[in-house]
Design a protein around this ligand. Structure first.
Ligand code: ADP
Ligand code: MG
Length: 388
């Protein structure tokens, strides 16, 4: 075990004290990146989901930002939920020096954001909305000294890099750039090559901590999937549960059918409006509803404690999303279970999941379960809608 303490990382006393009221010891990625960030180096950092990357880039940034000096740090993240989460970390740990942290994302009032941008020291936002603000000149980026891209791999995959590059054109030439992500990818290296100066590359080598996470799969027919899922959800002792599907249509289909079996569930995908999405996260955090059925949107950086079970109703099209998904459970030493339901049409994707991620997933024999009648109306309606 690494014995490094927060006070060994060049952090100023009041910040060390504040962090100490939350955490005992820095995580490995925090130990490795905080000093370089404080030395104004460009950093490319990767470590598994749940390893504390947010505080890793927030701590040094907070220390360097001076109140009443204009907007000095810009943090770009892929989703609105993540904006709120990351901003919360910046707010919590900058309390000792009273920094203003503004959030910027789509789906909510533009004008309110304009107001909060006026006295912001740090801005956390999604690339699209930030770019919009540059167009209306409601964001002044010439004082920025640090640019942070969180979940850079995900942003690359979602096609956000062109937007990010446009934003970068509005930034001063000499700034510090920090790229954080769960995995390194070609796109990240390419962006780094174009925009960063001798970046320090830091990877906290640990793979997903599988010691606390049980990974299993069942081989099923497509028709058995819902019945087995219903059975497992009713039988397994669980706290919070996420069921991942590949499409919005499947999310609605699965959650509707779970509801018909008397289970209390929420649907979560990009088609659900922002207010409702925020409410779901809040309720989920409070343990109000214990099952959320969602697309990969839910897998991106969401930090909710106490998730005990992850179900892969569909195996992800992109194998790397398996890691993002299972990263939602077994956090901070807690135990978790990741259960994949593998039907014929999942097989190729599932094989890739194992090959690419080098994970061991144990096959389990099917338990006895009741066959439930499935309502396919949603799927039919969806097909109809898309035909017209
Ligand atoms: P990542 O971005 O790497 O997925 P997060 O920054 O979301 O991880 O952190 C995951 C969880 O770990 C959060 O609940 C956070 O509060 C907690 N955490 C962060 N730093 C520490 C630490 N030094 N010790 C214990 N828990 C920590
Ligand atoms: Mg993160």
């Amino acid at each position: 075990m690494d014995k490094t303490k927060f006070e060994d990382l060049l952090l100023e006393k009041p910040l060390v004290k504040l962090i100490g009221t939350h955490f005992k010891q820095p995580t490995s990625i925090q130990v490795k990146t905080i000093p370089s960030i404080l030395e104004d180096k460009d950093v490319i950092a990767s470590s598994k989901t749940g390893s504390g990357k947010t505080l890793a880039f927030a701590a040094g940034t907070i220390q360097k930002v001076e109140p009443d000096f204009g907007m000095q740090a810009l943090v770009l993240v892929p989703t609105r939920e993540l904006v709120e989460q990351v901003a919360d970390v910046f707010k919590t740990f900058s309390e000792y020096k009273g920094l203003n942290v503004a959030t910027v994302y789509g789906g909510v009032s533009f004008n309110k954001q304009v107001k909060s941008l006026e006295d912001a020291d740090i801005v956390v936002g999604t690339p699209g909305r930030v770019l919009e603000h540059t167009k209306t000149k409601s964001i002044y980026l010439q004082r920025i000294t640090t640019l942070i891209l969180d979940e850079a791999d995900v942003m690359a995959k979602l096609g956000f890099f062109p937007t990010i590059k446009k934003i970068m054109k509005h930034l001063p030439k000499k700034i510090q750039t920090l790229l954080f992500s769960a995995t390194q990818s070609k796109e990240i290296k390419k962006l780094a090559g174009e925009y960063m100066k001798n970046p320090v590359s830091i990877a906290a080598k640990e793979k997903v901590d599988t010691s606390k996470l049980e990974q299993i799969y069942y081989e099923v027919t497509t028709k058995q999937k819902l019945s087995l899922l219903t059975h497992l959800l009713q039988q397994e002792q669980s706290k919070l549960v996420i069921v991942f599907c590949n499409t919005k249509n499947n999310v609605d289909f699965v959650s509707k059918n779970l509801k018909l079996s008397g289970l209390d569930v929420y649907s979560f995908h990009s088609g659900v409006d922002q207010k409702q999405r925020n409410k779901i996260i809040r309720d989920f955090n409070k343990g109000k509803k214990t099952i959320v059925v969602g697309t990969n949107v839910l897998a991106r950086g969401l930090d909710v404690e106490e998730i005990s079970h992850i179900y892969n109703y569909d195996s992800p099209f992109d194998p790397r999303f398996y890691i993002h998904r299972i990263g939602r459970t077994a956090r901070a030493g807690k135990e978790g279970k990741a259960i994949s339901l593998v039907a014929e049409r999942d097989k190729d994707h599932f094989k890739k999941v194992i090959e690419v991620n080098k994970v061991e997933i144990r096959k389990k024999t099917l338990p006895k379960f009741e066959f439930i009648k499935t309502d396919y109306k949603i799927k039919r309606d969806y097909k109809k809608k898309n035909r017209n």
